[in-house]
Design a protein around this ligand. Structure first.
Ligand code: GLN
Length: 491
């Protein structure tokens, strides 16, 4: 039998349906692929092969009984940010020690209810803070892609770098990820995969380790737009356990993927043409515009004047919320504890040893911008900017159906290339944070290889709750780009 791990999610489900192979066989192939590669790629921080095989057998039995769900038998990887009952969940932070949840996140429960099989927990930046996974307590995963003629290890982006590596290297059919400022879309762009951040509130945050609650959103990384559409449908649901979860139905978006863009109006925001943007990114963007035009879309130049304030606003709002959310890690309830002479000493010792440098930096920034005297100057002002950014989008969306931008200002970078300078690292999020600040859906699709042979992504941003249009435009771009490249295997 050909290598089952190379199948798309949709093709694998077809194969299970037609009894070409069983979920056990499929799952076994992934377990072997993970075993053979994890020392090198470091995508999984917890492997659950026995659980996976038990879930696969249960799935095969359901399918034989004619009771298969929409994802029945499909092996999936889970970002270590989702609480999984009985399986260690640490958001790749030392402070969570060996924390093993006694409950399941709503998103992962939705997957298991649809019949999916869990392969394990995927690497990420500590508490999802980062763009390269260099802040993971377990060390970073490697990008399966390398620059032509070079064997220098590249990051697979962040914070969902493990998810992106696993999907790109065929170590799962698809993976869950999460996006607070770009953590689904940027790793997808760096690895030639598809990633969507749905509208804020589409998916439940219940059981997701919190980073910045008003920005955090669950979504998948997958091999194709259709796979992403299916997984998004299953992951999203209204959940009374999350007060910001939207009481809306979750449609089947797969049909939208092939509807084409004829007659659609696509906006091109002038402000995303930033200083110092590499020519290759410019060229890719122009190519994307041409593809859409050739397929019958109308291109409209638009302006989102407050875009330049998005990154500074994000790096105030996100750390502010993080400093509040992460106050719960005090050595009393979860994971690690460093006992001191008194309570304050215990708090300080635990937090100083349990949080890594980037998390500590964010907590200090967040505490500072919320402190009395600075609150108005920083936090309140950032919130006002956030409203302006949302209003910019609302104005242009009165006229266009979706926006097309590059996903990132660069291709995958190497370890150490940006980690010495936090601002350089933060600048990588310049095109992605806007959708989080405005709560809008955004999808990244692999569109081309750069001169060094690395994947580049295009981003489609849609109106709130209009993932359908995102999938439609993304599907058209996927078809036009015909991106089929895979990393050459070195691991
Ligand atoms: N890279 C961004 C940050 O470091 C986004 C992270 C995310 O989306 N979780 O905050």
């Amino acid at each position: 039998m050909s290598d089952l791990t190379k199948l798309t999610l949709t093709a694998a489900l077809d194969g299970l349906d037609s009894k070409a192979f069983s979920s056990r066989e499929l799952t076994q192939s992934f377990i072997e692929a993970i075993e053979a590669s994890n020392d090198t790629l470091n995508a999984y921080v917890v492997k659950t092969p026995e659980k996976a095989l038990a879930m696969a057998d249960a799935s095969d039995a359901r399918r034989a009984a004619g009771q298969a769900g929409k994802l029945d038998g499909a092996p999936i990887g889970v970002k270590d940010l989702y609480c999984t009952k009985g399986v260690r969940t640490t958001a790749c932070s030392e402070i969570l020690g060996e924390f093993t949840p006694t409950y399941e996140s709503t998103v992962t429960q939705n997957l298991w209810d649809a019949g999916a099989v869990m392969l394990g927990k995927l690497n990420m930046d500590e508490f999802a803070m980062g763009s390269s996974n260099e802040t993971s307590r377990f060390g970073p995963p490697s990008n399966p892609w390398r620059r032509a003629g070079s064997n220098r290890a590249l990051t697979s982006g962040g914070s969902s770098g493990g998810s992106a590596t696993a999907v790109a290297a065929d170590l799962c059919l698809a993976a869950t990820a999460s996006d607070t400022g770009g953590s689904i879309r940027q790793p997808a762009a760096f690895t030639g995969t598809v990633g969507i951040k749905p509208t804020y509130g589409r998916a439940s945050r219940y059981g997701m380790v919190a980073f910045a609650s008003s920005l955090d959103q669950a979504g998948p990384i997958a091999k194709t737009v259709e796979d992403a559409a299916l997984l998004t449908e299953i992951m999203c649901s209204h959940d009374p356990e999350d007060s910001t979860s939207l009481p809306v139905a979750t449609p089947d978006w797969r049909a939208d993927v092939h509807k084409g863009v004829k007659g659609m109006k696509i906006g091109i925001p002038a402000e995303y043409r930033v200083d110092g943007m590499p020519q290759e990114i410019e060229d890719l963007w122009s190519q994307g515009i041409k593809w859409l035009q050739d397929m019958g879309a109308q291109i409209v130049n638009v302006s989102l004047p407050h875009t330049k304030y998005a990154l500074p606003a994000y790096y105030i709002v996100a750390p502010a919320e993080a400093s509040s959310n992460l106050a719960r890690y005090d050595g009393m309830r979860f994971g690690q504890r460093v006992s001191g002479d008194d309570l304050t000493d215990t708090y300080q010792g635990t937090r100083a040893s349990g949080f890594g440098a980037e998390v500590q930096r964010r907590l200090m920034i967040g505490t500072y911008v919320l402190s009395s005297g600075y609150y108005d100057a920083y936090y309140l002002r950032a919130q006002k900017v956030r409203t302006k950014i949302l209003q910019d989008f609302q104005t242009v969306f009165a006229d266009v159906d979706a926006l097309l931008t590059p996903t990132c200002p660069s291709a995958a970078f190497a370890y150490g290339e940006k980690s010495g300078d936090p601002v350089q690292m933060y600048l990588n999020d310049i095109f992605t944070v806007t959708a989080n600040l405005a709560g809008l859906p955004g999808i990244s699709i692999p569109a081309a290889l750069d001169g060094q042979g690395l994947p580049l992504g295009l981003q489609v941003i849609g109106k709130a709750l209009d993932e359908a249009t995102c999938f439609r435009v993304a599907g058209a771009l996927e078809e036009a780009a015909g991106f089929v490249a895979k990393p050459e295997r070195w691991w």
